[in-house]
Design a protein around this ligand. Sequence first.
Ligand code: NAP
Length: 335
Amino acid sequence: MTEYRRWTLAKHPSGVPDEDCFALVHFTPDALQDGQVLIKTHYFSLDPGMRGRLSGDSYAAGLKLGDTIESAGIGEIIDSASDRFAVGDMVMGGLGWTEAVLHPDRGLQKLDPALFDDKVAMTATIGVLGVPGLTAWFGLQDLGKPESGETLMISSAAGPVGATCGQIGKTLGLTVVGLAGGAEKCAYLTELGFDAVIDYKAESDLAAAMAAACPDGVDIYFDNVGGEMLDAAILTMKPKGRIVVSGQVSEYNQETPTGIRQTTRFITHRLRMEGLVVYDYAKQFPEAQAAMAGLIRDGKLSYKEDISSGIEDAPRDYAALFAGANFGRRLIKTI
Ligand SMILES: NC(=O)c1ccc[n+]([C@@H]2O[C@H](COP(=O)([O-])OP(=O)(O)OC[C@H]3O[C@@H](n4cnc5c(N)ncnc54)[C@H](OP(=O)(O)O)[C@@H]3O)[C@@H](O)[C@H]2O)c1
């Protein structure tokens, strides 16, 4: 039997997860049962939002010690005891940080290689057409309630959620302002068509920088970061502004959250703030994915992937997400 490797949870983290929190376990898959398939992973994702699951503080159940770290993945069926999938089929699903997985034949989506090309790679199904892109799509449109001519400001704008959100915003006629760390990420946002960018790492007064970039104020703040940045953004909101809480990446590793202090603005400016869990929109995913694939093919939506090879580096690359070291959707290639 072939031996594979998977990363499991060795210790619940406190702060940014260090490598001791993970254990690389060698295993040989059990014998296939009826209704199961054996999948050889080709790619899996590293998601900042998984942080809550590692310490058990999430909308979904926390991971137990010894569990495989969960993530989206793409793989090939290499053995099948299912009439739904044949050997050689490519699938997408929650495969985890693993080189192979024995999986029930449910919760997997078959990927037709003929539908992918140099414009829309198969990896897009776990990126711009997967959870990050869908979060941008539904967060902006359902919670942001954008109207043409409004101003949209986005934090972590160069990440997969943020960059997708900004480009969708442009197709809806919004003025789009992005916050990102560093000149390279800011230049990328300008290339994507963002109207203004703020390198937050180069600013000492973030609220002043936001006010300068959005002289008429912000109608929609799409927040991936939280903390101090959110507090500064609240001060730029126009009356009746909407704050979409997609993520709070600056808070995920804090024992004591920074929290929001500018709450009076919610009264004076009649602001609204609402979070989303993208899976609540699952029934509408196919429609959104088709629309976004159309935007990609029309040259209105592009995406960036940051792919490294080898399962060994997953914990280090995961921690690096919280230092801004990723540039695009962070994926690990396992073949
Ligand atoms: N609600 C949902 O259903 C849902 C689903 C998926 C994802 N999300 C959330 O969406 C957000 C974006 O996810 P993503 O996959 O696109 O990842 P991402 O934005 O690429 O996240 C990593 C980036 O976050 C920024 N960052 C990290 N720590 C920071 C800090 N302390 N202050 C400011 N920026 C910081 C860094 O960018 P810079 O270099 O620009 O600092 C880093 O490159 C995450 O918060 C995630 O949890 C929500």
